[in-house]
Write a protein of this length. Structure first.
Length: 132
């Protein structure tokens, strides 16, 4: 199968947005790909992950999550992206929801946060590869 780099950014998206809660990528005919591979990082650029989406199509929901332990605190981060055909020759990866939980192992306290805008997005996409 042929590999095509559809998007790559050192800082991770969102960095260029069409609205406050979406990221437009110049992907034409996303459904022409057998699958896409998404490489992502936490909002601090420390921990990363990877997922594969079979038969990507308009309306697919993609859940990206990471777990990190740092100085006695465990962080669980999750962002939900939706693939949306903009109808203008581009595919938009729309960040529908992003949240995190943190647990302090020394005192048992926890914190949670939830947002629906990329400014509070806790997982950023760094690279998308398509396979045809």
């Amino acid at each position: 199968t042929e590999e095509v780099v559809l998007f790559e950014s050192e800082t991770g998206i969102p960095e260029s947005t069409t609205s406050s809660s979406s990221v437009a990528l110049p992907l034409i005919n996303i459904s022409d790909y057998k699958y896409i591979e998404i490489y992502y990082t936490d909002n601090n650029g420390v921990k990363g992950g990877y997922t594969k989406v079979q038969d990507p199509t308009n309306g697919n929901l993609i859940s990206l999550s990471l777990h990190e332990f740092n100085s006695g605190v465990t962080f669980i981060r999750q962002s939900i992206y939706e693939i949306v055909d903009s109808g203008m020759g581009e595919t938009v990866f729309y960040c529908k929801k992003s949240n995190y939980l943190s647990f302090n192992s020394s005192n048992g306290s926890h914190t949670d946060s939830s947002t629906s805008t990329p400014s509070g997005n806790y997982i950023k996409i760094k690279k998308i590869v398509g396979r045809v």
